[in-house]
Design a protein around this ligand. Structure first.
Ligand code: NAP
Length: 298
């Protein structure tokens, strides 16, 4: 199976490359490298790559992910998060190819008394969330054989995410202040990549129309609880010298430009129905990530 992967240099993209099944012929693109370097806001160049590669499946791991910056650059975020999936979905529909693309818990707001399901009403509170919602809609309207995978709180050992940031500070002995009034499902990029390949192999070919599916770590915890867990486990493994103090704070004590949902827990039963597989509990996935902490791909 020939698969074109966009965003191959991002945290999910790197795990998708590392975990690609043996029978997949993987063709990659990143902004400045991969098999076909491409700035993906240039949809003409993208069309040329698609025509040349003719993938049977496209996995779109590229996105505008700078949540706070999106507040000041909403149009630029829309180019990556709406126009790119729309173009990919259009090509896949016209060429009978499958598409996997990603969305976010940031399409939701408020707090039901249960996890968010795929068909719950969306109401994004940020420019990033609005741009991802627009991308979801484009794919769902395209009629392509596509999966929109909503995920949440993605972390890895690569720089630029919550886990690497807090363990970086803890490693230098700094105590931490972490928000305790936002609750979600931390998701290791490695688990998300593995689940994505499962969906490609087991579900994509048989799809009649686009579907939404939630993929996230199993469990609900606040950022503060996740930070405490990570610091404890990292100290046990000798990745940091000692478990530093983790002080709980409210969101208004850590002002950020974009509003975040207070409740980001995703119901993943649809994934289980589609694949017959369960996702790892947050604690287990965190251990897998920490096991790989000092290796090339983590
Ligand atoms: N991270 C999270 O907590 C989270 C939560 C929910 C959903 N998601 C979704 O999950 C997916 C994967 O996220 P991630 O965490 O792996 O993101 P990431 O690490 O930020 O990777 C995004 C990739 O997109 C590439 N990209 C951005 N603009 C581009 C452009 N103009 N041309 C070509 N490539 C471009 C980036 O390349 P450069 O490095 O060159 O910029 C980067 O490799 C995204 O759809 C994201 O919205 C993420």
């Amino acid at each position: 199976m020939k698969v074109l992967l966009t965003g191959a240099g991002g945290q999910l993209g790197r795990h998708l490359v590392a975990g690609a099944p043996d029978d997949v012929e993987l063709v990659t693109t990143t902004r400045a490298g991969g098999d076909h370097p491409c700035d993906l806001t240039d949809l003409t160049s993208l069309a040329r790559i698609l025509k040349h590669v003719r993938p049977q499946v496209v996995i779109n791991a590229a996105a505008w992910t700078a949540v706070d910056d999106a507040e000041d650059h909403a149009e630029a975020a829309l180019k990556l998060n709406r126009d790119l999936p729309a173009a990919l979905a259009g090509w896949c529909q016209a060429n009978d190819a499958g598409l996997v693309t990603y969305s976010t818990d940031y399409v939701f707001s408020g707090q039901p008394d249960r996890s968010w399901r795929e068909d719950d009403p969306v109401a994004p509170e940020s420019a990033y969330g609005l741009s991802k919602m627009a991308g979801e809609r484009e794919v769902m309207l395209s009629g392509c054989r596509g999966l929109v995978v909503r995920t949440a709180w993605v972390y890895s050992a690569l720089p630029g995410n919550f886990l690497s940031a807090i363990l970086g500070r803890a490693a230098s002995g700094q105590d931490l202040r972490v928000v305790s009034d936002q609750v979600g499902s931390p998701t290791w990029a490695g688990s998300l990549a593995q689940a994505s390949w499962t969906l490609v192999k087991q579900v994509l070919t048989g799809l009649a129309s686009p579907e939404l599916v939630h993929v996230a770590g199993q469990g609900a915890m606040s950022w503060h609880e996740f930070a405490e867990l990570a610091v404890t486990r990292a100290a046990e493994r000798g990745l940091i010298e000692r478990p530093v103090a983790v002080e709980p704070i409210r969101s208004d004590q850590w002002p950020q430009k974009a509003r975040r949902p207070i409740w980001s827990v995703l119901d993943t039963s649809r994934y289980r129905e589609l694949t017959g597989k369960s996702l790892d509990p947050v604690e287990t996935a965190l251990d897998y990530c920490l096991e790989q902490w000092n290796r090339e791909i983590c």
